[in-house]
Write a protein that binds this ligand. Structure first.
Ligand SMILES: Cc1cc2nc3c(=O)[nH]c(=O)nc-3n(C[C@H](O)[C@H](O)[C@H](O)COP(=O)(O)OP(=O)(O)OC[C@H]3O[C@@H](n4cnc5c(N)ncnc54)[C@H](O)[C@@H]3O)c2cc1C
Length: 263
């Protein structure tokens, strides 16, 4: 079986800042890590390989420095790594990103299962996994907390819900997005780190994945960012005290002022 894992390199911070002039993420001076949810996807793919046999390929779409994320995944135990990188990908929204990753997965040809994290800690949309499945026209199981069984033509998995879980069966090939409840990721071994340091990483550009230029980058992105801004911090609010009936009257009057002030 061939397990493919899509991983994203993200800033090692939850304090994501936006450049007000370019409307893009400000990455200067912030260390990069593998998106935390993707580490669970890597771990799960390695466990599947250990149980069922096969190979694990990790892919990332990003700038050349995203290679560091791929080497980390190799150190954990992935077999192959692909960096999908091209200036033509700049400005991609989640639709164009999903298309690009789907084209790279097509090039791999024999993939049984694609694993993604639930969402990225910077973009946070949780759209790329489902987007890849849509572009490939494959079934998908999202929010997977346990893989029960993989057979030659089908997979059974538990999907996390707000108040429990459901068991879903799907034909293969299929795409999964995983949640952190699925496993406890291993730390890379020294041997793994040595191997990863020397490993050759495939580099694919737009031509290599046979992508249609019009579907890439800013031109291929239906999302148009008009403005991004950090909301002003809220003021402290107002405490109403006294007789409950008076407080209610005062509150209704204050709410009316706010609502009427908005129309
Ligand atoms: C109009 C627009 C312009 C943008 N321009 C830029 C830009 O110029 N530069 C820029 O850096 N970002 C840009 N972005 C952000 C970029 O689109 C998203 O970072 C990207 O599509 C991933 O979305 P997300 O972070 O919400 O990932 P999610 O959908 O939350 O990620 C879910 C999972 O998908 C997989 N995944 C996501 N991204 C990747 C990836 N790149 N490689 C491999 N696997 C992945 C991972 O498994 C991840 O856990 C732009 C977004 C918009 C809307």
């Amino acid at each position: 079986m061939h397990f493919a894992v899509c991983i994203k390199q993200v800033p090692d911070t939850t304090d994501v800042r936006i450049d007000p002039k370019t409307n893009t993420l400000m990455r200067e001076g912030v260390a990069s890590i593998i998106n935390p949810f993707d580490v669970y996807a890597i771990e799960e793919s390695i466990r599947l390989k250990e149980k069922y046999g096969g190979t694990v390929t990790v892919l990332t779409m990003g700038p050349p420095q995203a290679e560091a994320a791929l080497r980390e995944a190799l150190a954990m135990g992935a077999d192959n790594a692909v960096l999908i990188s091209d200036r033509a990908f700049a400005g991609s929204d989640t639709w164009a990103t999903s298309y690009t990753l789907a084209m790279a997965l097509r090039k791999l040809e024999d993939v049984t299962l694609v694993l993604c994290g639930k969402q990225a800690s910077d973009g946070d949309t949780a759209q790329v996994g489902p987007g890849i499945a849509t572009h490939l026209d494959w079934p998908q199981i999202t929010y997977v907390r346990k893989i029960e069984n993989v057979e030659s033509d089908k997979i059974t998995a538990e999907r996390l819900l707000e108040n429990g879980y459901e068991v879903v069966e799907s034909e293969l090939p299929c795409l999964l997005t995983v949640v952190k409840e699925i496993n406890e990721p291993r730390l890379p071994s020294l041997k793994g780190k040595m191997r990863a340091k020397k490993a050759e990483i495939a580099a694919w550009n737009a031509a290599a994945i046979e992508a249609e230029p019009a579907k890439l980058g800013l031109d291929g992105s239906p999302t148009k960012v008009v403005k991004i801004f950090t909301p002003e911090p809220r003021s402290g609010g107002q405490m109403l005290e006294g007789d409950p009936e008076d407080v209610c009257r005062e509150l209704v009057a204050a709410l009316k002022d706010v609502v009427l002030g908005c129309v």
